[in-house]
Design a protein around this ligand. Structure first.
Ligand SMILES: Nc1ncnc2c1ncn2[C@@H]1O[C@H](COP(=O)(O)OP(=O)(O)OP(=O)(O)O)[C@@H](O)[C@H]1O
Ligand SMILES: [Mg+2]
Length: 255
């Protein structure tokens, strides 16, 4: 595949918090309809990198970025980039579920309302149902749509946050340790969902759990002290890695 077929083409990305260099010369191709997992020890720059993909770092003062982040041919750091549109196309799910203090329905309807997609209640209902179905949550919540989102279990709240991203027709879903607050059963449900969503979406997931990376992803990148040490098909990275550091990390000898 050529670079123009990538969802993201990242070239020589450097990222600084003040004088601290958090990312060094990262180049990576992120393919459409694949799950890309990012692993590595705490503080190695995984979240920083993820946030570079929808300019979520922009609000932090004193940051500086060099290099290129191209989304389907468009440099997302170009001046003319529309940030609201970028974040609609590249949605984000966080470590801790963060539903709005609103009803289940209003959480999912929020984005489409703000974007003015669906003005009629019946259209909105359709978007909400479709998004909740895709997030494997509809059967559970269909009779509780007007209840507070916080009445859901944590795992359900996380799937609600995923439904919220789906409702605005995102193309890419960034997930920063989306299961770390969940129990094993809810974790499995979110993993199943990730595998289903892969058919239609490009997913980039940060995880500390190497079994999870192995279970859900197609490609895996190992970060280490702000560098991308190895980026390979998941099976290769976990069985016959190219780098000794990867071998040491995945066998638990380092990190
Ligand atoms: N807002 C910030 N201001 C200054 N330094 C920061 C900021 N956010 C992160 N850093 C630093 O940048 C480096 C990378 O942090 P980042 O959060 O991206 O790592 P991470 O790989 O996601 O770690 P973890 O696995 O613990 O979540 C760390 O040294 C961190 O202290
Ligand atoms: Mg992090």
């Amino acid at each position: 595949m050529d670079a123009q077929d990538n969802t993201f083409t990242i070239r020589n990305l450097n990222f600084f918090y003040g004088s601290f260099r958090a990312l060094s010369q990262i180049s990576m191709d992120i393919k459409p309809c694949e799950v890309t997992a990012l692993i590595g020890p705490s503080g190695c720059g995984k979240s920083t990198f993820l946030r570079c993909l929808n300019r979520m770092n922009d609000t932090i003062s004193g940051i500086r970025l060099e290099g290129q982040v191209i989304l389907e041919g468009e440099n997302i750091y170009a001046e003319e980039m529309d940030l609201a549109q970028l974040r609609q196309r590249v949605g984000m799910v966080f470590q801790k579920p963060n539903p709005f203090p609103k009803s289940v329905f209003d959480n999912v309807a929020y984005g489409p309302r703000v974007l003015g997609y669906s003005r009629k209640k019946s259209d909105l209902m359709e978007v909400v149902e479709k998004s909740l179905r895709r997030a494997a949550l509809w059967e559970t919540v269909k009779d509780h749509l007007n209840e507070d989102a916080f009445s859901l279990s944590l795992g359900q709240q996380q799937r609600l946050c995923i439904a919220r991203v789906l409702a605005v027709e995102a193309e890419v879903i960034l997930m920063d340790e989306p299961c770390s607050a969940l129990d094993p059963i809810d974790t499995r449900k979110v993993e199943d969902l990730i595998r289903e969503l892969r058919e239609q979406y490009t997913i980039v997931i940060v995880t500390h759990n190497m079994q999870q990376a192995a279970r859900v992803s197609d490609q895996t990148g190992l970060f280490w002290l702000g560098e991308l040490i190895e980026f390979n098909p998941t099976e290769k990275l976990f069985t016959t890695p190219d780098h000794e550091l990867t071998e040491a990390y995945i066998t638990g000898r380092m990190g």
